[in-house]
Design a protein around this ligand. Sequence first.
Ligand code: HSE
Length: 429
Amino acid sequence: MKKVGVAILGLGVVGGGTYKILKEHRELYQKSYKIDLTVEAVLERNRERAVSLGVEPEKIAANIQEICSNPDVDIVVEVMGGVEPAKSFVLDCLHAGKSVVTSNKELFCKYNHELEVAAKKNHCGLFYEASCVGGVPVIRALLDNLQGNKILSMMGIINGTTNYILTKMAAEGAAYEEVLKEAQKLGYAEANPSADVEGYDATYKLSILSSLAFHTKIPYTKIYREGITNIAVADIEYGKKFGYVLKLLAIGKNGDNGIEVRVHPSFIKSTHPLASVNDSYNAVYITGDCVEDVMLYGRGAGALPTGSAIVGDIIYCATHTNYQYSTFKNTEGPAPGTKFIDNFESAYYIRLNATDKPGVLAKVSSVFAKCKISVAQMSQQRDPACEDGTVPLIFITHVTHENNVNRAVKLINESDEIAKVAAVIRVVS
Ligand code: HSE
């Protein structure tokens, strides 16, 4: 039987889950794949935690060099998170001829070029299924199953923390701050939640997924990003009246005019399959030119779901020698000639707080007309009225360009007489 030794860098939630799966399923893998997978070393500062998980003390390495020079280690699992020291450790392992499996989206998104060059040079595997959407096998689907398609678009709920918060706000009518505190108490949101709630986490994941889907490097810096921190529960409620559900969507489109990539709160029809993805669940909705629509759904985080993705990569690595790398020419930046669309098209939900008097609507309409915005639906809400005596005027527009809406918002806000723009949310049509 082929013996394959694994080292785990970091025994936090995901590292601990991976360790447990490898221990408990050892016989299953022996029987099913004819490989004997054993954990030969761990790198974990908290020795007590390692021992409490069942790691033999002699397998706790003092430093990364001990792992790099350990001849029993074939595959190193990096689940530390963050860029440093994870990046240096991963490079050290690749240069020592160890294949690497990582769940680190920030590291992989920012440095996949450098890591892949090192992996190829040293004939090592580099796997990252767990970096995006936890246990949901979206990377393997793009690499191995959907590769015959031109991927036209992908739309995903790829951050569980924000999905949990938005689901709770919608269900309980509770304000963002209140739900965030509750999510932190329950351990869903980090003490410093900015990577999740400001959309960075989703941006890193979209960079990785869209690069694979569209066969060109999509740097995360090219992705338009807006988080959920300014979402008012009133807008979620008003949206419901129009038949919409609010989600933080990661959207990638590959059209004739170029590529557009964006992460922002979006209203989707309550009948759309993504609308029923609730709590901390994730899903990615992919449209290919042959397959049409495919939706992958599941747990985007957690010890065992993310551990499942990591162990899947370990088994793949242990049973293949001809490793797969990116689906694109892995350069530091996008392939020459890649065009990005910033002035993308969308429908919009626009809420104005307006004085309830004659002529206001006419003035707003004239700004919209000037900015080439056509209104599809409009409603004046009285319940609840705003504290300052204004009333919420809500417009759903037909599809228009982002720049048209930005211009209209500026013109409305600059005019004393009309109203103030209280919210702008893109609507997936
Ligand atoms: N922080 C992530 C989320 C989980 O909330 O989805 C790990 O990617």
